[in-house]
Design a protein around this ligand. Structure first.
Ligand SMILES: [Zn+2]
Length: 254
């Protein structure tokens, strides 16, 4: 790792967010659309809003609400909706980069109780960081892997050098026009994790924009290994060949 980046967290706002979330009970703030913070962009039922709680210092936090249906989930979106959603998200993300106001812009999704997310209603986050470039702590090796499929513009693999471990899935896009192919592979991976991967109910999806490429990494989440927490030692599963084989058996990959 060639760099150590530190984000400052506002504890007072964090406490307010915790209390707000705790007191919601059965009321979902993303269903209650009249009560949303400033709307930044929308496309049908997909909405980008300013995050109510800007808990990160020197950052601009936004939330992309994926759907107006509280129980919809990424792995089951109809294809046309999936493509619309990903095109919208990537467009907003790259536009925020292009403003030049940020050192870098994060684009990611949390799903499930072990993912670090606080609300179940399907959403993603786009966060502009004024002073931090996330790319300085991302190694090219994190996206190398055992090939599951490859077309002219999209590579789909399972990591041989995961960032944390044990099984991480990478989709590498060389041509933005082919983003639907990337969307298909993300959806397939998420579907695989939630339906065929031992006891998995949580995952993160991260996007990276590095050297003209767009990378997506999907990490199934379990309790984080202490070897990673304490020593930054990532681990790779000895089952990745079997997993790649199983995916090719279960799904038709175009
Ligand atoms: Zn909801």
């Amino acid at each position: 790792m060639d760099s150590y980046n530190l984000l400052a967290f506002n504890s007072a706002l964090g406490k307010r967010k915790f209390e707000y979330t705790k007191n919601l009970e059965d009321i979902c703030p993303f269903c209650n659309r009249d009560n949303l913070e400033e709307i930044l962009a929308e496309d049908g039922s997909i909405i980008l809003v300013k995050n109510k709680f800007q808990v990160l210092e020197d950052a601009f936090q936004t939330v992309l609400i994926e759907t107006d249906n509280c129980t919809d989930e990424f792995s089951t979106y109809p294809k046309e909706y999936l493509y619309q959603l990903l095109r919208f998200g990537v467009k907003q993300w790259l536009q925020m980069e292009q403003t030049g106001e940020y050192s870098s812009v994060l684009f990611f999704k949390n799903h499930g109780p072990l993912s670090g997310g606080s609300l179940p209603h399907a959403h993603m986050q786009i966060i502009g960081l004024k002073n931090i470039d996330y790319r300085s702590s991302i190694l090219p090796e994190f996206f190398e892997g055992l090939l599951i499929s490859r077309t002219d513009n999209v590579e789909f693999n399972i990591s041989t050098s995961p960032k944390i471990g044990f099984s991480e899935f990478n989709i590498i896009l060389n041509d933005l026009d082919q983003i639907n192919q990337m969307a298909d592979k993300i959806q397939l991976t998420v579907h695989y994790l939630l339906n065929h991967f031992r006891n998995c109910n949580s995952y993160n999806l991260f996007f990276y924009h590095i050297d003209q490429h767009i990378y997506a990494k999907i990490i199934p989440r379990f309790i984080t290994s202490p070897l990673f927490v304490g020593y930054s030692l990532a681990q790779v599963s000895d089952r990745i060949k079997d997993i790649a084989h199983e995916i090719k058996k279960l799904y038709i990959i175009r």
